[in-house]
Design a protein around this ligand. Sequence first.
Ligand code: G3P
Length: 218
Amino acid sequence: MQFFVDSADLQAIKDLADTGMVDGVTTNPSLVAKSGQDFKTLIAEICDLVPGPVSAEVTALDADAMLKEADELLAIAENVCIKVPLTWDGLKATRSLADRGKKVNVTLCFSANQALLAAKAGAAYISPFVGRLDDIGADGMGLISDIRQIYDNYPDLETEILVASVRSPEHMRAAALIGADVATLPPEVLRSLIAHPLTDKGLEAFLADWKKTGQSIA
Ligand code: G3P
């Protein structure tokens, strides 16, 4: 399973990349706005930090304009992955980019049929937003299960399931159990995956006992 960081915060991405756990990065216009940085400069800097795919989202609404923006973004770095919204124009742009061998992340997915369409359009990734579905009382992880089953029914569909809008370690656990290909995690959620009070307690006890031996290893 691949771990992406869902952030446009360079320092947070760098800190996590240093752990060796980061396979890619996803951004969106809201995260870019929050960073206060110039979009293209920011994407270039993230692409330098992480060799894996870095999703940069187009903001045009018609396919031709999306493709124009995609070319600008693709020129930034080899590892830019174009992110498009799940609209008919987005799917049209996806097909055109996929035919050119470019990776596309189709975002704002909230239904299994949308995920099926994205896969047919040749998306490299589909991004279902589990947290936002949970927010409206729907079953975010149920959608991941449905998409997993549908994609597995048709091995010619090569799109990877990129679980987005992940809000908690429980989302991550469920996504991994279902067999999602990728999860994109806000930095604080990724960091929280390691936490367990028994790990802290156990380490404290081991170190206290070790001190009693008076030994040192190196
Ligand atoms: O990158 C898209 C996605 O992960 C958004 O998450 O928490 O704003 O629903 P959230």
